[in-house]
Design a protein around this ligand. Sequence first.
Ligand code: NAD
Length: 479
Amino acid sequence: MTTPTDQHDHGIDDVRAEVARARSAGRSWAALGPRERRAALLRWKRTLARRTDEFAGLIASETGKPLHDARAEVLVTLVHLNWAARNAHRVLGRRRVPSGVLSVHQRALLAYRPLGVIGVIGPWNYPLYTPMGSIGYALAAGNAVVFKPSELTPGVGVLLARSFGEAVPDHADLLRAVTGPASTGAALAGAYGPAGVDKIAFTGSPGTARKVAAACAATLTPLLAECGGKDAVLVAADADLDAAADAIVWGAMGNAGQTCAGVERVYAVASVHEELCARIVRGARALAPGEAYGPLTLPSQLGVVERHVKQALVDGGRAVLGGPDASVTRTVGPVVLTGVPEDSPAVTEETFGPVVVVNPVRDMDEAVERANASAYSLGAAVFTRSRAAGLAVAGRLDSGAVSVNSVLGFAAIPALPFGGAGESGYGRIHGEEGLRAFAAPHSVTVRRFAPAVDLTSFATPRAKAARAVELGRRLHARF
Ligand code: NAD
């Protein structure tokens, strides 16, 4: 069983051994009926719920985030595990699909089978919630998992694996944790030769995703890549500005801005821009850094935040709250910038700090254009009093998920798939797609009776087969 003392640096041999152990546990797990698998996962979920304080305490101590944030993280993690456990059979279980006129004599059956062992590589910003988006869904789909947590949050990964073994002792090795630096993740992805995994689910920065993709390419191991974001909030002239400002401040400053789908850009229609800025500044100024949110978890991120803020000012932007001086320590005060040119790093690159750029736009068309003109496309939000207009704008945004009149509304709804495109990665976690991401479609046909014209037999007279083909062609030409 994995224990917290197992937090040493796992090299390629350790990684291979853990994958082999997980694979062997996975065989009996895959053979279980859906009801038993669901019961085991729900037992694990109840264990996690009962141990919320233990997990939240560890998350808080490893990341520096406040305990109340860590407890909320545990809750949304439970919501996803619960959904994956309860819906796996409905989504992946065998079912009949229409066989069509040409194959009316066949019964067509579709099922989704587990892939085997999934290598999950996780980040530190939500060290429980983010990897569970892969781990919970992969286990529910019948796979085993080897989890490589971030080197900043190894304890959470080890505790998670251990808690599974305690809650589901018959399959204790199904979830294994391997700890260590980048090289441990690289080993799992196959950079030093095959590790034996059947898919990698990676969450982290786009730069690392490229390295993981290159490692996976050598063995044609499929990859799901959940990378960063530069999410925009679009504010219409008729928006409830108090609600918009409240959500923007939370979305931008919460977790010290270290959220992949956090708010980093705001495009407000010119008529309400100034008023919105004033409300955002009021809300952000009222926050006590260190209490409302913690320090930057990764010390080197301070340099990125400072560079973005300083360059924004050099490029002609204005700080309406905070500024370069806000980031003299790792607990950065909120920074609200405006009038920042669209090619400044504070607009184009992921800042991952409590910094938000609030730029004015002519109208919602320009807001959509600017929101979409990003290398990232993970999440976005729209504020307007008109639900129809909100939905129309949402439909024009390229991001993988959009919230109308809230921020990050999709993150706690497990039925909604999550993921992006471009620098935000590819593939989806959560929801039905998130279950199918860890399963292979398996198609079966069962011949029910001999067809009038059997096109798969040399015994069928050629002229008869040709007449049937011609009839089919004519039907398709007409309808
Ligand atoms: P990171 O890319 O530095 O590291 C992520 C993980 O990859 C870590 O476990 C790390 O050890 C491992 N790793 C590093 N180099 C590796 C390599 N060559 N091969 C294999 N694994 C390697 O990211 P981070 O700093 O931990 O996390 C922050 C990033 O994650 C941000 O960009 C954030 O937006 C993103 N993120 C995305 C989501 C999402 O769901 N889209 C969620 C949370 C965080």
